[in-house]
Design a protein around this ligand. Structure first.
Ligand code: ATP
Length: 882
């Protein structure tokens, strides 16, 4: 027998679960321990030792190691050991950086892991899908990815797209009855839902019958795992740049060696110096530092409640020029409260705050009790899937907040679950943002059946032909229509979202034809629901505007409701336009892109329109962020440059399509993510500038000295030491720098701009040249004063080079001038510089190391000379803005 052949009783017995109560936490825990988590086996991981060894695979590092070996064999033990140790430390830093990047990527994966809605101890709760066990009862709704193999036991128009498993792209509808046939293929098992497939419509409840590798998808899981981590565009660009820099560094080094040999230096000395220089000058750590900067930035974003699912989004965020944001829940609180009710040509006010059940119905300020009001509220509570619950003394909603608001309003008229339980829902056409309405067919205790439909008034009113008044049901007249329009406009102008409700009695035994059910309805009334804007959104929109980013509101709500909220948020300027869904439908993409720059609000849109909006903005050269939460939003999210989904209210499909998940569904979080994105990019520019300027300085001092026929200003270990100390900690600390004050006052970054754009190339070359020059001057001066004492001059050159770099690092923090920033703001950097200086002092003054590093004690006079020279590159350029 197969799962699909068993009835509910048999299932309960086989799986050891009471379907109405779910498993107990203890039982679930035991099963989890016994059968393991609900995950596919991971692909093979690279062992740690191999990752470590890989740090030394670099060609130039290998040459250096070989050269060191040779010098060791020639008896230069001290040099050889020192170089080996430095190379080892360098490898450790690389290893540590790579591990850090790896760990934060794994953490990201964990955070965006899917959750399942499961019945445990008679309560519905959300648990990570990986903790599901056989016997769990779980609920799936439209937009969910099914998280285990399920035998469906309840289906409400449940439809599932199973193409990943069966190749069939048309969604299959699922039912809950046992099937008798034997040997059915998955595609024919209409009461099963399979792990990894996608709920496209309706909802359902199922019992878990298989988890992890023991699911239908698990059998083919080998095909799904082992996907390679992709490089971000910036990482790719830098990798290419890195290759170019290697060639340049090698050519220059070869040149230095040739000139050195030509000037009479021994070949062996020049060779070792050359290889050390090449190792120092090649920014081999750059890609790793970039990844670390990206992933550390991503962790900072998590603290601000934004999860980046694709690292590449971090870069794109900095270029975003338009944010298209859903209104409900993203700009507003999604805490809906019915404020007004239109019924029998009257507008009733509803008092009370939020989900609090206290409140009354008033007409012209006086409390009223009206039986027709009660029946409307009862209909609203029946055509409803939300539930009310008390948490920590406060009433909360489980389900759609719009429906929650209708429940709360009903409770204010003392309509409870006992009243709604008098009616059984026997059929349903679910709500979706395309239809903007939902219907249920219900049966009362006397077996009378009728339809209740609720939805956007402009969608529903054309489907209503009757109205009830004191005399009973009668056909709608033009006058009624006018009154209704007036009421709707009135409510919308007060920023209320409107929902109309209607009913239709059905003849006994009538077949349910979804096409006909929602026609010829009898109008009952209209709810006016408030959903206040989130507090922080207004300021966030203003900040985005200052940053050259346009914010656009997209909503399924009425144009007037949308406008009223946009106005409250100061989102729409004078002359800004509101465009409605039906207007959008009649425009081509080109026509839309011609007018779209003036549009700030899109109202009564369906998810399909969102794609058109994204494309029209992109046509005008914009980098677009688009939010979404439903299944149908996925194409627009994918097509946008930065797809944004909702962590709290979003569907799995929307999350999977998105690059950024907002944990709190809040618009302001998008702004914070953009700010962080801009900052991360700026930080990457900062350390590229620092590393490359330092390297240019190192190469030039050697080159100039050789050209002038001088001795080597730095010996190989010194070069390697400079590379290790200055490139290591200070560069990392730059990656952690805070944003510059004006980072949200600049225009969005041009996505086509190269790494060296906005003067970075000039900054690198000019500072690098100056660092090289001052080091050379220090060396020549010291050497001329004391030509017998090369070691003294080399110590001076070494110290000047290190100090010039350590001062210059503070200059790299600003796009403007070193004087525009407080150097003590980035304490990591201050710490990194202090520790580098301490290490420098150890190398200079600690006797045993003096032999290794060819250094000697320096006097105060030397230090004054060194500091004065090494400050020149930074101070000089500090006065210019270039
Ligand atoms: P967004 O999140 O994109 O801002 P929205 O919440 O504004 O979307 P929808 O949820 O698509 O838009 O709602 C559109 C309209 O559908 C609402 O104005 C309301 O009239 C109606 N509506 C919303 N929720 C329901 C529901 N649960 N049942 C029936 N009608 C609804």
């Amino acid at each position: 027998m197969n799962w699909y052949q068993w009835n509910e009783e048999k299932l309960q017995e086989k799986l050891g679960v009471d379907i109405d109560k779910g498993l107990s936490t203890k039982d679930a825990e035991n099963r989890l321990n016994k059968f393991g988590p609900n995950v596919f086996d991971d692909g093979k991981k690279t062992p740690l030792w191999l990752v470590f060894i890989k740090q030394f695979q670099d060609f130039m590092v290998l040459v250096l190691l070989a050269a060191t070996l040779v010098s060791g064999l020639l008896g230069e033990y001290v040099d050889a050991i020192a170089i080996m140790i430095i190379v080892l430390i360098n490898g450790c830093i690389g290893f540590f950086q790579e591990q850090k990047a790896e760990k934060s990527l794994a953490k990201l994966k964990e955070l965006s892991a899917p959750m399942a809605n499961v019945l445990r101890n008679e309560k519905w709760e959300k648990v990570p899908s990986s903790e599901l066990v056989v016997g769990d009862v779980i609920k799936v709704t439209s937009g969910d990815r099914v998280s285990a193999d399920l035998r469906v036991i309840k289906s409400t128009s449940l439809e599932i797209e199973e193409s990943a498993l069966t190749g069939e792209s048309v969604p299959a509808s699922k039912h809950a009855t046992a099937m008798t046939k034997d040997g059915l293929e998955p595609a024919d098992q209409k009461n099963m839902a399979f792990m990894g497939t996608l709920v496209t419509r309706g909802s359902g409840i199922g019992v878990v019958v298989g988890t992890g590798m023991k699911t239908a998808m698990g059998q083919i899981a080998d095909l799904l795992v082992n996907t390679e981590q992709q490089q971000t565009p910036l990482e790719r660009k830098l990798a290419e740049l890195g290759k170019l820099l290697i060639v340049i560094a090698l050519l220059l080094t070869v040149f230095v060696v040739i000139v050195g040999v030509w000037q009479g230096h021994p070949l062996y000395n020049m060779f070792l110096a050359g290889v050390s220089l090449a190792v120092a000058a090649i920014p081999e750590g750059l890609p790793a530092i970039v990844t670390v900067a990206l992933s550390l930035g991503v962790q900072r974003m998590i603290r601000k409640k934004a999860i980046v699912r694709k690292l590449s989004a971090v870069e794109t965020l900095g270029s975003a020029s338009v944010i298209c944001s859903d209104k409900t829940g993203t700009m507003t609180e999604n805490r809906m409260t019915v404020k007004q009710i239109y019924l029998d040509n009257d507008i009733f006010d509803v008092t009370g705050q939020g989900y609090d059940l206290k409140g009354e119905f008033q007409l012209d300020g006086k409390k009223v009790d009206d039986p027709s009001l009660d029946s409307m509220l009862l209909y609203g509570a029946i055509c409803n899937h939300a539930t009310l619950m008390k948490k920590k003394g406060n009433w909360m909603i489980d389900g759609d907040p719009t429906e929650g608001a209708l429940l709360v309003a009903a409770r204010k008229a003392n309509i409870t679950i006992e009243d709604t339980n008098q009616f059984t829902i026997i059929h349903e056409i679910p709500f979706d943002s395309d239809r903007k309405r939902m219907s249920v067919v219900v049966e009362d205790k006397q077996k009378n059946q009728f339809v209740i439909t609720k939805g956007a008034p402009d969608v529903l009113l054309p489907r209503m032909n009757y109205v009830t008044d004191a005399s009973g049901r009668r056909p709608l007249r033009t006058g009624d229509q006018k009154q209704m329009d007036q009421a709707i406009n009135n409510m919308a102008n007060q920023a209320l979202r409107t929902i109309a409700i209607g009913i239709k009695p059905l003849k006994k035994g009538q077949q349910f034809d979804d096409m006909l059910l929602e026609k010829d309805l009898t109008f009952i009334g209209i709810y006016g629901i408030i959903d206040p804007p989130r507090k922080e959104v207004k300021a966030a929109i203003a900040e985005c505007r200052e940053a050259g980013i346009k914010t656009v509101m997209i909503t399924g709500d009425h144009a007037k409701t949308a406008y009223a909220i946009a106005d409250q948020l100061k989102l729409i300027p004078k002359g800004g336009k509101v465009l409605e869904g039906h207007q959008l439908s009649n425009m081509t993409e080109e026509q839309l892109s011609d007018v779209i720059e003036d549009v700030y609000v899109f109202a009564r849109v369906t998810p399909e329109h969102k794609l058109k909006i994204v494309k029209a903005f992109q046509r005008n050269g914009h980098v677009v962020a688009m939010t979404g939460d439903g299944v149908n939003d996925a194409p627009a999210i994918k097509a946008s440059d930065i797809g944004v989904s909702m962590g709290y209210n979003g569907t799995d499909v929307a999350k999977e399509a998105s690059a950024l998940v907002l944990l709190d569904d809040n618009f302001a979080t998008i702004k914070s993510a953009i700010k962080e994105g801009r900052n991360i990019y700026e930080n990457i520019r900062k350390f590229i500038r620092y590393l490359l300027a330092s390297n240019v300085g190192e190469i030039l001092v050697m080159l100039f000295a050789m050209l002038l026929g001088m001795p080597l200003p730095l010996i190989p270990v010194q070069i390697l030491w400079v590379n290790l100390v200055t490139d290591g900690l200070p560069a990392m600390a730059l990656g952690l720098d805070q944003a510059e004050g004006d980072v949200m006052k600049r225009k969005p970054r041009d996505p086509k701009e190269g790494i060296f754009a906005r003067g970075l190339g000039f900054k690198i070359l000019s500072r690098g040249l100056m660092i090289g020059l001052v080091t050379l001057i220090a060396f020549i001066t010291a050497y001329q004063n004391n030509p017998d004492h090369l070691r003294y001059a080399q110590t001076i050159a070494f110290t000047t080079l290190v100090m010039a770099q350590l001062i210059h690092v503070f200059d790299c923090r600003s796009e403007h001038s070193i004087f525009s920033r407080n150097p003590f703001q980035n304490l990591y950097l201050v710490g990194a510089v202090i520790s580098s200086v301490l290490l420098l002092l150890v190398v200079i003054y600690f006797e045993p190391l003096q032999t290794v590093f060819n250094t000697m004690d320096l006097a105060l006079r030397d230090w004054i000379f060194i500091l004065a020279l090494s400050a020149i590159p930074t101070v000089l350029f500090g006065f210019t803005k270039k």
